[in-house]
Design a protein around this ligand. Structure first.
Ligand SMILES: Cc1cc2nc3c(=O)[nH]c(=O)nc-3n(C[C@H](O)[C@H](O)[C@H](O)COP(=O)(O)OP(=O)(O)OC[C@H]3O[C@@H](n4cnc5c(N)ncnc54)[C@H](O)[C@@H]3O)c2cc1C
Length: 139
């Protein structure tokens, strides 16, 4: 059992096929090592693959006030940061690419917190604040 039968994601994030394929590779690897304890070995490998996209989709869903669930400080901070990353990404193709790489499971979410990326987020938001509130002209 794998793919949607094992874990079905919210389709708006477009991760279901990627995970199904990754799970099929994991199954092939498990089978290559023999059939002893195959179920436990495969489900352990599949759980590790599912963890990251599940966290991504749950974190994003929990940004909506109507969604039930706990919102620990770590999650609220991450979502606060992601909102600012989205703003900066509107005029920064590097940030847009980094976000899409994370969403498409090429990079881990933690990569969005790397210093170089965080600096771009900060710069992008600072520029926007300046544009929204330009310094007052001396009269
Ligand atoms: C609207 C929508 C948009 C999506 N967009 C994306 C996207 O952009 N990117 C992405 O990665 N994922 C996307 N997904 C998710 C993706 O489609 C699924 O995660 C993926 O297809 C799961 O593959 P699967 O093989 O587990 O199941 P399925 O693709 O559902 O395959 C199961 C197959 O089993 C067959 N079947 C069922 N019961 C029986 C039975 N009793 N006997 C014989 N056959 C049976 C079904 O007919 C089906 O062909 C989207 C899903 C939806 C609903």
């Amino acid at each position: 059992m794998y793919g949607d039968a094992l874990c079905s994601f919210n389709p708006i994030y477009g991760q279901g096929m990627t995970i199904a394929v990754m799970e099929s590779f994991a199954l092939r690897q498990c089978l290559a090592a023999g059939t002893d304890d195959i179920a436990r070995r495969f489900f352990r490998a599949a759980a590790a693959l599912i963890d990251t996209p599940w966290q991504i989709t749950v974190s994003s869903d929990l940004q909506h006030p109507g969604v039930e669930g706990k919102r620990p400080v770590q999650l609220r901070l991450f979502n606060w940061y992601i909102t600012r990353l989205f703003r900066a990404a509107q005029s920064d193709i590097v940030l847009t690419t980094r976000f899409l790489e994370m969403l498409n499971l090429i990079r881990q979410p933690a990569a969005l917190l790397e210093p170089g990326t965080a600096l771009r987020v900060w710069r992008g938001n600072r520029r926007r604040t300046h544009r929204a509130n330009p310094p007052l002209e001396a009269s």
